[in-house]
Design a binder for this molecule. Structure first.
Ligand SMILES: N[C@@H](CCC(=O)N[C@@H](CS)C(=O)NCC(=O)O)C(=O)O
Length: 211
């Protein structure tokens, strides 16, 4: 049995969607952020960074969203959520997973937690504004590379697509939400039609508008 430590709409949403895409037998373990449970001693035994998500797979305790997803893809290759290992398409897939993980996803920390990036309170609004500007530029660049293709890899759906979808959701209250960037809304609409995505959103209590 796989266990995913999650909080609704957090970075755990991506591995949650992937668990449903592959049809795995799993359980959700709620992390109560109102009680700061992610920083509790018990949770820090799973993830010393105090961040969500964590996947427990037998003796394996794994943190980092992208690593969890890549592990699930390796463990359930028949789900077809990534191209064949060693192919040029697989390399493109790695590019997107790593880009989304260490560029926009990492930048969102400055948007959501600007106080952690500033020495004093007066600097917080500008830290947040600059993070928003960098995120705008990142979404523009992604949009340019996506063009009118249905998915980030072209004709093939992969785990990178719900990753972008999740990041788009996080942008929904920004001055310019990613749904307003050309090409991105069409991709997110396609992701939204997938039964696994619908099921994950419903299980997390996430209602429309989703992004
Ligand atoms: N790089 C980490 C980042 C995870 C992360 O920042 N999670 C957020 C929720 S989306 C979190 O745990 N925030 C609570 C906190 O930092 O206290 C990953 O991808 O797993």
């Amino acid at each position: 049995m796989l266990s995913l430590y999650y909080h609704p709409g957090n970075a755990s949403l991506l591995p949650h969607i992937i668990l449903r895409e592959i049809g795995a037998d799993f359980e959700l373990r709620y992390v109560d952020r109102a009680k700061d449970q992610q920083h509790s001693e018990e949770y820090r035994r799973l993830n010393p960074n105090g961040r969500i998500p964590v996947l427990v797979d037998g003796d394996l305790v794994l943190f980092e969203t992208a690593a969890i997803v890549l592990h699930l893809i390796d463990k359930f290759p028949e789900a077809g959520l990534a191209p064949t290992v060693g192919s040029p398409q697989r390399a493109e897939f790695y590019k997107w997973m790593i880009h989304l993980s260490n560029t926009p996803q990492a930048e969102f920390r400055a948007w959501f937690y600007p106080d952690q990036h500033a020495d004093d309170d007066s600097a917080v609004p500008s830290v947040k504004r600059k993070a928003g500007e960098r995120l705008d530029r990142m979404f523009d660049l992604i949009s340019g590379q996506l063009g009118e293709k249905p998915w980030l890899l072209g004709d093939t759906y992969s785990a990178a697509d719900p990753f972008l979808f999740m990041l788009m959701r996080w942008s929904r209250f920004m001055p310019r939400p990613a749904r307003e960037v050309p090409n991105l809304k069409a991709l997110a609409d396609r992701v939204l039609t997938r039964p696994a995505v619908q099921a994950a959103l419903e299980a997390e209590g996430i209602q429309a508008p989703v992004f």
